[in-house]
Design a binder for this molecule. Structure first.
Ligand SMILES: Cc1cc2nc3c(=O)[nH]c(=O)nc-3n(C[C@H](O)[C@H](O)[C@H](O)COP(=O)(O)OP(=O)(O)OC[C@H]3O[C@@H](n4cnc5c(N)ncnc54)[C@H](O)[C@@H]3O)c2cc1C
Length: 479
């Protein structure tokens, strides 16, 4: 952008927010221009320039977000909503100049309705801050992802985030009652105050998982729950992973409601579980369950689920390991224990499939990646963490110990591994991702593998944002 235009735009942004809340890209805003995917680390390691934004702006209220969108329209400059920047899909930074809309100043609780157990917040509130406020009043959202300390409510809704209790409470979208959204033209939409209305389509859903391309969440109303009287975490060891899958599926389809249902494969128990919980033994399948609610009900659910595990070939390893797992549930990711060196190439090739297809998908993915990329010493470990009545998610990490020295060759290998992975997922009716979103990183695969859905997304995008100013380049759309 030429200097005069830059000065003029900066002045207009400052007129909206005040100079304190507008920053040029020239100042040190490094944490605001990258996210957690491997490629930005690779660029840094090779002293290559990181993607640059023109400005970072920090609004406090929805009216300011609207005004900023209008200015972006006038100047035809991209504007990219950003929460805690913990995503790993290149969804929250400017790919090619633009204004980064840092939402973290919009962090207030607006209304706490304890009668209906509903809370309304500004979209930039950190999940952990919201939980702390609710816990003090005896409530919780039960949305407890590992990144709750570094991600916002708006970010989670935009990527369909999932927490450790998802098997009972669902993903964040299942908590959503209504939302206020600033549209690309600067107008503000308030969706129906309650869901389940049959007066028209449920418009809030248009923005869930849309990674900011259709509008910016400014206010969000979520359901909340009372803190449970009791939590219990029985754990079971299985001689085969298939037996652990069978136990998990039978429990999930029985009408029981485990809040935690997590299976680790042998490699992941070694890589993820042992560094945190110590030597718990070597099992082909390790299943950690969690139940919460009133004490009487929890005890009954544990009893029934334990019988189901035993009849599927599981051996109880008591509740101590499970409780330890619960107390350390975030420690598995800080640092990720699968990564012993910062020079490794890595990614989580998250996917989701029905019970009929998921075990085959997992085996095919592991075999294909480990075989095809053997010369790069690709290692594949997985756990299975978010379960539904009809299927389960697969959380595989791939780790490449000796990626090519040359950055472009490294990038090409990364893309090739992903392409191979998403093709396997697609073959087994799995999704390209489960709860980290698609962003720029996976957008091209969405465009290639899901052309009808991509085409409809493109049409909606063109209708709402004809100048393509809001987060261009996501989902394989025009940059
Ligand atoms: C160590 C670690 C552990 C993680 N664990 C989990 C986990 O357990 N569960 C899970 O779901 N995820 C997890 N993640 C991923 C990450 O936390 C999620 O993708 C999260 O949803 C990102 O939220 P954020 O606030 O950080 O958003 P960002 O990363 O800043 O943005 C993510 C996307 O949302 C868009 N966006 C942000 N705010 C808004 C808004 N107000 N309106 C519209 N669009 C917006 C951005 O444009 C971008 O496309 C983890 C990440 C890390 C680094």
């Amino acid at each position: 952008m030429n200097t005069l235009l830059h000065f003029q735009l900066k002045k207009e942004l400052e007129d909206i927010l005040g100079s304190e809340w507008v920053r040029d890209a020239d100042v040190d805003i490094h944490p605001l221009i990258v996210d957690t995917w491997w490629a930005t680390r690779m660029l840094e390691k090779n002293n290559l320039p990181l993607p640059k934004s023109e400005f970072v702006v920090q609004p406090a209220i929805a009216k300011e977000v609207s005004a900023l969108l209008r200015i972006a329209q006038l100047y035809r400059i991209p504007i990219i909503p950003r929460g805690g920047s913990a995503s790993d899909t290149a969804g929250s930074f400017a790919l090619d100049r633009g204004i980064v809309l840092d939402m973290r100043r919009m962090n207030r609780v607006i209304d706490l309705d304890t009668t209906s157990q509903v809370v309304t917040v500004q979209a930039g509130i950190m999940m952990s801050d919201l939980e702390q406020i609710l816990n003090a009043q005896g409530f919780t959202t039960n949305h407890l992802p590992a990144s709750m300390y570094c991600s916002t409510v708006g970010g989670f809704l935009s990527t369909r985030g999932s927490g450790v209790l998802s098997s009972k409470y669902g993903k964040i979208e299942d908590l959503l009652l209504s939302a206020e959204v600033a549209l690309p033209d600067g107008s503000v939409l308030r969706t129906c105050p309650v869901p389940r209305s049959s007066a028209g389509p449920q418009l809030s859903r248009l923005f869930v998982g849309a990674e900011g391309i259709f509008g910016v969440f400014t206010e969000i109303t979520l359901q909340m729950f009372q803190l449970p009287e009791k939590r219990a975490f029985p754990a079971f060891a299985f001689k085969s992973l298939d037996d652990a899958f069978t136990a998990g599926r039978k429990i999930m389809t029985s009408g029981l409601k485990p809040a935690v249902m997590r299976v680790y494969d042998e490699a992941d128990s070694r890589k993820m579980v042992q560094p945190v919980l110590g030597d718990v033994g070597t099992f082909e399948g390790l299943l950690v369950l969690g139940f919460d609610g009133t004490a009487e009900f929890v005890d009954l659910e544990v009893k029934i689920a334990s019988e189901m595990c035993r009849s599927a070939g599981g051996t109880s390893i008591g509740e101590e390991l499970g409780s330890k797992w619960w107390n350390h549930r975030y420690d598995f990711y800080y640092p990720p224990h699968t990564l012993e060196s910062s020079s490794y190439m890595y990614a989580v090739t998250y996917t989701l499939a029905r019970y009929r297809e998921a075990p085959g998908l997992y085996r095919d993915l592991k075999h294909t990646l480990e075989t095809k990329f053997a010369e790069h010493e690709l290692e594949f470990v997985a756990h299975f963490s978010h379960w539904y009545e009809w299927g389960m998610s697969i959380y595989p990490n791939f780790i490449v110990r000796c990626p090519p020295e040359d950055p472009y060759e490294g990038y090409s290998l990364f893309i090739e591994i992903w392409r191979t992975a998403v093709e396997v997922m697609h073959r087994h009716n799995g999704t390209i991702n489960e709860h980290h979103g698609t962003g720029f990183k996976l957008g091209r695969f969405y465009r290639d593998l899901e052309p009808e859905r991509f085409e409809l997304v493109r049409k909606v995008k063109t209708a709402l944002d004809p100048k393509n100013i809001l987060s261009p380049g996501m989902f394989g759309l025009e940059v």
